[in-house]
Design a binder for this molecule. Structure first.
Ligand code: F6P
Length: 545
């Protein structure tokens, strides 16, 4: 069954939320805590080794009840069941959305067109294990008989961002293999990567769901040419592997049968790191860790499918974000992980969230008359504090932020970790409480400022506070907890798509630019320039001169 097509603004809950927003929009978080010190306990969820404190949000019990009521009215539970059961919920492409099947248990059954996909998934998982064990152990060798030392992932978008983010996040668990990523069609990118590599000891993985993506094919051909300067065409079979649904095209490239990893059209590119798209992850950290990553995601899937919405982390985080996006008019959301390992986490979810929910057409084909996908951004703390936190603290925009921190650091440097986490806690407290005029006055007076100076400086030193944050505290950054964290945000995307009545799993918006680029390439490479608007024509002429 497809997803229901309900305009959220027509629900009873939406109307009541609008009314409730009108009545509560001026309340300050500090007052909410003064009136109800128990709210921290009530607005927290403990699951496995995750602890979510969402009490620093501009909500009360009524807000939460109404948001949960909205989810009920929009048939969220039935939608979740359809998502996991392989129903064709990606209607515009006529596909199921089953990245969750990639991390299901072997005994599970998930049907697509009446066929259980799990045995096929496990065949590929076994292949990933065999292949990566053989590369890591040095059993698999390059054309001069040397073991591999470097792995290059050639892909873009979902065929790049997930492996980039996870290999960085799990660096602590790395073996001796060095991983590199070539994604941009910018030829300088590929040259910068190749300049350090030895063709004799480098393994290349071409990752493209469609195997038609211009960037990936161009980079793969450039790399093939570079490789063939030293090796012979028969050696391609030893040094290249590929991941795609388009296995025919892979063969044309010269990649040997044993190095071909299929994927399925029911896995969206931006949700594909759990498939063989994650081969570079399995190579970097070993297949056991890769499997743990999948297991963590599976555990989050179970939580999402079965926990009551009031205790369901992805559901709560999705609804809170809707509260700010649709009622407070917040346009962006920050994700701030307090670990350098997650330096690519926000970038990864920029694609996940913005490519999924950046839509303005409702599921019935009409134009939505409310806001949908949020703009995602962020960098790790504490670096972020010294870069853009000023705007979150004292700017004019409301920016709800997720703070993700770990109780234990990986190398166990206590001094650093205590300082890191002191900043982590201090920031959400500062964002919530702000600083009142009385506090600023007292601080300035105690520093010996004259009464005139105090009054002059006072407005600049005020902090309104009342900035909402979610705090997610996790025991330790492990492959398992990372898998669960990624799955959490994936399900947040799903819930928001259901509520906004949009299709989250297509991405037609990236097509137009691609089409125009192929015509523009002809204009660049031939003597004539076809008809463009005056600005583009002028730019093309200037470029060609
Ligand atoms: O940018 C559009 C997109 O289709 C993404 O959704 C996808 O992850 C990326 O291009 C790469 O596509 P492919 O894996 O088919 O090369």
């Amino acid at each position: 069954m497809p997803l229901a097509k309900i305009d959220p603004t027509t629900t009873e809950a939406w109307k009541r939320l609008a009314d409730h927003y009108g009545k509560t929009k001026n309340s300050h978080l500090k007052d909410l805590f003064d009136q109800d010190p128990e709210r921290a306990k009530r607005f927290s969820i403990r699951w496995s080794d995750f602890f979510l404190d969402f009490s620093k949000n501009r909500i009360d019990d009524t807000t939460l009840d109404l948001l949960l009521g909205l989810a009920e009215e929009l048939e969220l539970q039935a939608s979740i069941d359809r998502y996991f059961s392989g129903d064709i919920i990606n209607e515009t492409e006529g596909r199921a959305v089953l990245h969750t099947a990639l991390r299901a248990r072997k005994a599970d059954k998930v049907l697509v067109d009446g066929e259980n996909v799990i045995p096929g998934v496990y065949e590929v998982r076994d292949h990933i294990r065999r292949f990566s064990e053989s590369v890591i152990s040095g059993k698999m060798k390059g054309y001069t008989g040397k073991a591999f030392t470097d792995v290059v992932n050639i892909g873009i978008g979902g065929s790049d961002l997930g492996p980039v983010m996870v290999t960085e996040a799990l660096k602590f668990y790395n073996n001796h293999l060095r991983t590199h990523f070539v994604s941009n069609i910018d030829g300088d990118h590929v040259q910068e990567v190749l300049k350090h590599l030895d063709p004799e000891t480098t393994l290349f993985i071409v990752v493209s769901k469609t195997f038609t993506t211009q960037e990936t094919l161009t980079n793969a051909l450039t790399i093939k040419e570079w490789f063939l300067k030293n090796a012979s065409p028969a050696d391609i079979a030893l040094h290249f592997a590929a991941v795609s649904t388009n296995t025919e095209k892979i063969r044309e490239f010269g990649i040997s049968e044993e190095n071909v990893f299929p994927m399925w059209d029911w896995v969206g590119g931006r949700f594909s790191l759990w498939s063989a798209v994650g081969l570079s992850i399995a190579l970097a950290v070993g297949p056991d860790h890769f499997e743990e990553l999948l297991e963590g995601a599976r555990e989050m899937d179970t939580h999402f499918r079965s926990a009551p919405f009031r205790e369901n982390i992805p559901v709560i985080m999705a609804l809170l974000s809707i509260w700010y996006n649709n009622f407070y008019g917040a346009e962006t959301e920050a994700i701030i992980p307090y670990t350098q390992y997650l330096s690519r986490f926000s970038a990864y979810f920029q694609q996940g969230i913005m490519e999924s929910n950046g839509k303005s057409t409702a599921r019935d084909g009409s134009r939505v008359n409310y806001q949908t996908g949020t703009i995602i951004w962020g960098e790790p703390g504490t670096n972020a504090q010294h870069a853009f936190f000023q705007l979150i603290h004292q700017g004019t925009k409301l920016i709800p932020a997720d703070f993700i921190g770990y109780i234990n650091s990986l190398y166990g440097n206590k001094d650093h970790h205590q300082k890191l986490m002191a900043n982590f806690f201090a920031q959400t407290e500062a964002l919530m409480n702000g600083k009142t005029a009385a506090e600023v006055r007292q601080e300035l007076q105690s520093k010996g400022h004259s009464p005139e100076e105090v009054e002059k400086l006072l407005p600049f030193k005020l902090f309104e506070g009342n900035k909402p944050t979610n705090t997610l505290l996790i025991d330790k950054l492990t492959p398992r907890s990372l898998g669960a964290l990624i799955a959490l945000y994936e399900h947040k995307i799903f819930v928001q798509g259901v509520v906004w009545n949009i299709f989250s799993y297509d991405q037609w918006g990236v097509e137009l630019g691609k089409q125009l680029a192929s015509q523009t390439l002809k204009d660049i490479t031939s003597s004539e320039i076809s008809k463009h608007d005056p600005s583009t024509s002028q730019l093309l002429q200037y470029f060609k001169k």
